[in-house]
Design a protein around this ligand. Sequence first.
Ligand code: ATP
Ligand code: MG
Ligand code: FE
Length: 336
Amino acid sequence: VLILAIESSCDETAASVVKNGREVLSNVISSQIALHTLYGGVVPEIASRKHIEKINQVIQAALSEANVALGDIDAIGVTYGPGLVGALLVGVAEAKAIAYAAKKPLVGVHHIEGHIAANFIEHKELEPPFLCLVVSGGHTHLVCVKDYGEFEIIGKTRDDAAGEAFDKVARAIGLGYPGGPKIDKVSKEGNPQAIAFPRAHVEDAPYDFSFSGVKSAVLNYLNGCQMKGATWNQADVAASFQKAVTDVLVENAMHAVEEYGLKKFAIAGGVASNSALRSAMKQACEEREIDFYYPSPIFCTDNAAMIGVAAYYEYKKGTRHGWDLNAVPNLKLGER
Ligand code: ATP
Ligand code: MG
Ligand code: FE
């Protein structure tokens, strides 16, 4: 089964051809990061316009790199939510047009189902059930993956997503956009014990997260230094912030793994490429004799290969969408 997948939920225009749900034949990504850096973040209107400009050539490139023709494709998979409505609409309209013209079935995919499915690409042996921590720009979810396309959200953030916190703190300490990778890099030169930022826990909700407190603590720390006329060390602030966030992620995730008696644990989403998070999780899993899975960085941030994998499993289950498929900016995981 060959899936042509399209992803345009945020600022990446991406297309991919995936064979039998596990083999990526092509993975083309046109990133708009350079464009949005000018404004310090993603500008929705600019993102939509850029998607329209790029989407046809990205799809052509995905087909030709995979060495397949549109006629060889079995189904068109597309992200229809959550994300920026104008950005999503470009991918959904394109997928519907191609599916209609080429007489192929259309399979709408939840973006986060895609992030989770990214783990299947490089771990051919990984199968549900397993626990997955989704840490991205808009989500921080602890998800029990019961079966392909079957999810139970057991915890989530009450305020900022992990990636959002990275991006906001990065801006505050002068690293700019996109913040996550920059904090990761500069933290390697810093002392994670230098500043004691808070580790927030949500009362009576051991699997939920809250990152607005640690973000405020960083801002307060910077203000405090400024008022005293004291200098602060960028690498130390970054490393201490990163440690505070990863500590909570590891603690809650390991608590859930133990409580649910699962032997397999995976991470997904843009923040899953964070080197400190990966090594802390690896160690925590080793101590508990739990198998730990994570995608390569290219499959952590937004891409269409992960959408192709998720679309394949939805396709196999019989999921088909009609020409009325619409972009759903606030689509919930597990909803149709
Ligand atoms: P969502 O998937 O929730 O809709 P999104 O698609 O915008 O949001 P992703 O593309 O999955 O998010 O991930 C982008 C986020 O990951 C950004 O917040 C970015 O700062 C963060 N990120 C990327 N690399 C790293 C890293 N090495 N360390 C920490 N954060 C990172
Ligand atoms: Mg992005
Ligand atoms: Fe994403």
